[in-house]
Design a binder for this molecule. Structure first.
Ligand SMILES: Nc1c(NC[C@H](O)[C@H](O)[C@H](O)CO)[nH]c(=O)[nH]c1=O
Ligand SMILES: CC(=O)[C@@H](O)COP(=O)(O)O
Length: 154
Protein backbone atom coordinates (compact mmCIF):
# COMPACT_ATOMS: atom_id res chain seq x y z
CA UNK A 1 0.00 0.00 0.00
CA UNK A 2 1.25 3.47 -0.83
CA UNK A 3 -0.12 6.65 0.69
CA UNK A 4 0.44 10.00 -1.02
CA UNK A 5 0.35 13.09 1.16
CA UNK A 6 1.66 16.61 0.82
CA UNK A 7 4.17 17.88 3.36
CA UNK A 8 4.03 21.40 4.79
CA UNK A 9 7.48 22.55 3.67
CA UNK A 10 7.33 25.63 1.45
CA UNK A 11 11.09 26.03 0.92
CA UNK A 12 10.96 25.75 -2.88
CA UNK A 13 7.41 26.90 -3.47
CA UNK A 14 6.22 29.98 -5.34
CA UNK A 15 2.82 31.14 -4.14
CA UNK A 16 0.30 33.70 -5.40
CA UNK A 17 -2.30 35.24 -3.12
CA UNK A 18 -5.38 36.84 -4.67
CA UNK A 19 -7.16 38.99 -2.11
CA UNK A 20 -10.22 41.20 -2.26
CA UNK A 21 -10.11 44.72 -0.74
CA UNK A 22 -13.85 44.64 0.05
CA UNK A 23 -14.36 44.32 3.83
CA UNK A 24 -10.62 44.93 4.10
CA UNK A 25 -10.76 45.24 7.87
CA UNK A 26 -11.24 41.47 7.83
CA UNK A 27 -9.56 40.49 4.59
CA UNK A 28 -6.29 42.08 5.73
CA UNK A 29 -6.42 39.80 8.80
CA UNK A 30 -6.79 36.84 6.41
CA UNK A 31 -3.71 38.05 4.55
CA UNK A 32 -1.75 38.28 7.80
CA UNK A 33 -2.84 34.73 8.66
CA UNK A 34 -1.84 33.40 5.25
CA UNK A 35 1.58 35.11 5.34
CA UNK A 36 2.16 33.81 8.86
CA UNK A 37 1.47 30.22 7.73
CA UNK A 38 3.65 30.54 4.62
CA UNK A 39 6.62 32.16 6.37
CA UNK A 40 6.51 29.70 9.27
CA UNK A 41 6.76 26.92 6.74
CA UNK A 42 9.80 28.33 4.96
CA UNK A 43 8.24 30.07 1.97
CA UNK A 44 10.62 32.88 1.00
CA UNK A 45 9.07 36.35 0.98
CA UNK A 46 10.49 36.83 -2.52
CA UNK A 47 8.46 33.79 -3.62
CA UNK A 48 5.13 35.29 -2.58
CA UNK A 49 3.17 37.60 -4.90
CA UNK A 50 -0.01 39.35 -3.76
CA UNK A 51 -2.74 40.48 -6.17
CA UNK A 52 -5.53 42.73 -4.89
CA UNK A 53 -9.01 42.85 -6.43
CA UNK A 54 -11.83 45.32 -5.64
CA UNK A 55 -14.27 42.62 -4.49
CA UNK A 56 -14.54 38.87 -4.20
CA UNK A 57 -16.51 38.70 -7.43
CA UNK A 58 -13.31 39.68 -9.30
CA UNK A 59 -11.11 37.03 -7.65
CA UNK A 60 -11.73 34.27 -10.25
CA UNK A 61 -10.79 36.58 -13.15
CA UNK A 62 -7.35 37.39 -11.73
CA UNK A 63 -6.88 33.80 -10.53
CA UNK A 64 -7.54 32.58 -14.07
CA UNK A 65 -4.70 34.79 -15.36
CA UNK A 66 -2.29 33.34 -12.82
CA UNK A 67 -2.74 29.62 -13.34
CA UNK A 68 -0.10 29.34 -16.05
CA UNK A 69 2.43 31.73 -14.53
CA UNK A 70 4.73 29.30 -12.74
CA UNK A 71 3.16 29.39 -9.28
CA UNK A 72 2.92 26.16 -7.30
CA UNK A 73 -0.38 27.20 -5.70
CA UNK A 74 -2.79 30.11 -5.54
CA UNK A 75 -4.57 31.20 -2.37
CA UNK A 76 -7.87 33.09 -2.75
CA UNK A 77 -8.82 35.36 0.15
CA UNK A 78 -11.99 37.40 0.57
CA UNK A 79 -14.82 38.28 2.91
CA UNK A 80 -18.45 38.29 1.82
CA UNK A 81 -20.92 39.52 4.45
CA UNK A 82 -24.70 39.34 4.06
CA UNK A 83 -26.39 42.70 3.49
CA UNK A 84 -30.06 43.38 2.96
CA UNK A 85 -30.48 42.03 -0.57
CA UNK A 86 -29.83 38.97 -2.72
CA UNK A 87 -26.41 40.41 -3.59
CA UNK A 88 -24.74 38.27 -0.93
CA UNK A 89 -25.86 35.01 -2.54
CA UNK A 90 -24.69 36.16 -5.95
CA UNK A 91 -21.21 37.23 -4.84
CA UNK A 92 -20.69 34.25 -2.51
CA UNK A 93 -21.91 31.72 -5.07
CA UNK A 94 -20.04 33.17 -8.03
CA UNK A 95 -16.68 33.41 -6.30
CA UNK A 96 -17.08 29.85 -4.98
CA UNK A 97 -18.15 28.49 -8.36
CA UNK A 98 -15.41 30.43 -10.14
CA UNK A 99 -12.67 29.08 -7.92
CA UNK A 100 -14.06 25.54 -8.00
CA UNK A 101 -14.22 25.67 -11.80
CA UNK A 102 -10.66 26.98 -12.12
CA UNK A 103 -9.43 24.25 -9.80
CA UNK A 104 -10.76 21.62 -12.19
CA UNK A 105 -9.08 23.08 -15.27
CA UNK A 106 -5.86 24.18 -13.57
CA UNK A 107 -2.66 22.19 -13.20
CA UNK A 108 -1.97 23.84 -9.85
CA UNK A 109 -4.16 23.92 -6.74
CA UNK A 110 -6.20 26.96 -5.78
CA UNK A 111 -7.30 27.08 -2.16
CA UNK A 112 -10.38 28.73 -0.76
CA UNK A 113 -9.93 31.31 2.00
CA UNK A 114 -13.19 33.13 1.45
CA UNK A 115 -15.37 33.90 4.46
CA UNK A 116 -19.09 33.91 3.62
CA UNK A 117 -20.79 35.11 6.77
CA UNK A 118 -24.14 36.29 8.03
CA UNK A 119 -22.73 38.93 10.37
CA UNK A 120 -19.70 41.09 11.08
CA UNK A 121 -19.12 39.08 14.23
CA UNK A 122 -18.89 35.81 12.29
CA UNK A 123 -16.33 37.40 9.99
CA UNK A 124 -14.38 38.72 12.96
CA UNK A 125 -14.33 35.26 14.55
CA UNK A 126 -13.10 33.61 11.35
CA UNK A 127 -10.40 36.16 10.61
CA UNK A 128 -8.46 35.47 13.76
CA UNK A 129 -10.59 36.49 16.74
CA UNK A 130 -12.20 33.26 17.91
CA UNK A 131 -12.74 30.57 15.31
CA UNK A 132 -9.34 30.40 13.63
CA UNK A 133 -8.16 32.32 10.61
CA UNK A 134 -9.40 31.20 7.18
CA UNK A 135 -6.33 32.80 5.59
CA UNK A 136 -3.99 30.67 7.69
CA UNK A 137 -6.04 27.55 6.89
CA UNK A 138 -6.08 28.26 3.15
CA UNK A 139 -2.30 28.80 3.16
CA UNK A 140 -1.71 25.49 4.96
CA UNK A 141 -3.95 23.75 2.40
CA UNK A 142 -1.95 25.42 -0.39
CA UNK A 143 1.35 24.10 0.99
CA UNK A 144 -0.03 20.59 1.36
CA UNK A 145 -1.69 20.55 -2.05
CA UNK A 146 1.30 22.08 -3.87
CA UNK A 147 3.57 19.36 -2.48
CA UNK A 148 1.06 16.59 -3.18
CA UNK A 149 0.69 17.92 -6.72
CA UNK A 150 4.48 17.77 -7.21
CA UNK A 151 4.40 14.05 -6.33
CA UNK A 152 1.90 13.48 -9.12
CA UNK A 153 4.11 15.23 -11.66
CA UNK A 154 7.08 12.82 -11.43
N1 LIG B 1 -20.61 42.85 -0.87
C1 LIG B 1 -19.40 42.30 -1.04
C2 LIG B 1 -18.71 42.44 -2.24
N2 LIG B 1 -19.25 43.12 -3.25
C3 LIG B 1 -18.52 43.62 -4.36
C4 LIG B 1 -18.35 42.62 -5.49
O1 LIG B 1 -17.46 41.60 -5.12
C5 LIG B 1 -17.82 43.30 -6.74
O2 LIG B 1 -16.57 43.88 -6.45
C6 LIG B 1 -18.73 44.38 -7.30
O3 LIG B 1 -20.00 43.83 -7.56
C7 LIG B 1 -18.16 44.97 -8.61
O4 LIG B 1 -18.03 43.98 -9.61
N3 LIG B 1 -17.46 41.91 -2.37
C8 LIG B 1 -16.90 41.22 -1.32
O5 LIG B 1 -15.77 40.72 -1.44
N4 LIG B 1 -17.58 41.09 -0.15
C9 LIG B 1 -18.82 41.61 0.02
O6 LIG B 1 -19.41 41.45 1.12
C1 LIG C 1 -22.51 40.89 -0.20
C2 LIG C 1 -22.66 42.31 -0.54
O1 LIG C 1 -22.49 42.74 -1.66
C3 LIG C 1 -23.31 43.20 0.44
O2 LIG C 1 -22.48 44.25 0.84
C4 LIG C 1 -24.54 43.74 -0.23
O3 LIG C 1 -25.32 44.42 0.67
P1 LIG C 1 -26.81 44.76 0.26
O4 LIG C 1 -27.47 43.43 -0.04
O5 LIG C 1 -27.37 45.41 1.50
O6 LIG C 1 -26.76 45.67 -0.93
Amino acid sequence: MKIFEGIFDGKDLKIAIVISRFNSFFSERLLEGALDALKRHNVKESNIDIFKTPGSFEIPFITKKLINKNYDAIIALGVVIRGETYHFEVVANEVSKGIAHLNLISDIPITFGIITSETLEQSMDRSGAKAGNKGFEAAMAALEMANLNKQLKV
